[in-house]
Design a protein around this ligand. Structure first.
Ligand code: 3PG
Length: 306
């Protein structure tokens, strides 16, 4: 069996070594396509592989057409909006993710971004502390739960809204449950987004919602750029000069955001949430094990195109 690791944004070396140890033990061949700059390189690389590990790399119908032997693709990470699930099913390709494996890494970055924001982007002026501020967590999945855990260490008050997570799960984590997105934005100083990009959530973070934030509020996005209504958010932030926006996913309108929101906006140049050796090892090795588990024993746990 031939396994391809296709990562435009490469894993750490220790993670690649770990993946190779798993595929070697199974007697599989491992090939790497890292930092590719053109889709044609990806299309060539998939031609004869049986399995593939990806990150945010786009797996669409064209890639699946080119991957004639492909049986399984594992997104080493949480969000699988970069895989065309219908096309995967039509091509009889199993698609999986590795939920939770990079959650702590993303959650820690939330606080890196927040400290940067409340200290006025380290411009030397007096900022504020996170202690005592109310943090709203939008969606209480693996990342949201880690954010709550870390927020306690900062001495923050914590609330969460999740349309799908049972209330008891949130309460048991010592977090206050609110019953709508609106209520979360209305009652919190800071809102951290942890919703996936789905047809339901796309562009759902709009001016009406963010405009409910209290004076001096901060929106932090380590989820997806697609959940933001970019033109509306920009217009709102121009009007509400008290608000800040920090994001790990550069908006399409980054240049306009940077120009118009100087001193109140920061976007990482490349998505950094899961970019730690630990997260790479956790997600990469989990992906390799899931491939072996599927090809050797038909294990379909974590399949997302059932
Ligand atoms: C995820 O969905 O797991 C994160 O957004 C990480 O994405 P990345 O692997 O492209 O860094």
């Amino acid at each position: 069996m031939k396994v391809l690791v296709a990562t435009e944004k490469p894993f750490s070396k220790v993670a690649v070594d770990g993946i190779k140890a798993v595929t070697d033990a199974a007697g599989y061949e491992l090939v790497l396509l890292e930092k590719y700059t053109d889709k044609s390189q990806f299309l060539n690389a998939v031609a004869d592989v049986d399995a593939m590990i990806i990150r945010s790399d786009k797996v669409d119908a064209e890639v699946l057409d080119a991957a004639k032997n492909l049986k399984i693709v594992v997104r080493a990470g949480a969000g699988y909006d970069n895989i065309d699930l219908e096309a995967a099913t039509a091509h009889k390709v199993v698609a999986m993710n590795t939920p939770g494996q990079n959650a702590n890494s993303v959650a820690e970055l939330v606080f890196g971004l927040l400290v940067y924001a409340v200290r006025n982007f380290f411009n030397g002026t007096s900022g504020t502390e996170l202690k005592g501020k109310k943090l709203g967590i939008l969606a209480f999945g693996n990342v949201g739960r880690n954010v709550a855990r870390i927020a306690k260490g900062f001495g923050m008050e914590i609330a969460a809204y999740d349309a799908y997570c049972p209330k008891e799960v949130i309460e048991d984590a010592g977090v206050v449950v609110v019953d709508s997105q609106d209520a979360l934005f209305e009652t919190c100083d800071i809102v951290s987004l942890h919703i996936p990009a789905t047809p339901e959530t796309k562009q759902s973070i709009n001016a009406a919602l963010v405009g409910k934030l209290k004076k001096g509020g901060i929106l932090v996005n380590t989820a997806r750029k697609e959940v933001i209504n970019e033109p509306e958010l920009l217009a709102l932030l121009e009007e509400r000069t008290d608000l800040k926006y920090v994001t790990d996913i550069k908006p399409d309108m980054d240049a306009e955001y940077a120009e118009k929101l100087s001193g109140r906006y920061f976007a990482t140049p490349k998505k950094m949430g899961a970019q730690t050796a630990e997260a790479n090892v956790n997600a990469g090795i989990a992906a390799a094990n899931q491939i072996v588990g599927y090809l050797e024993q038909g294990i379909t746990k974590f399949q997302v195109n059932k």
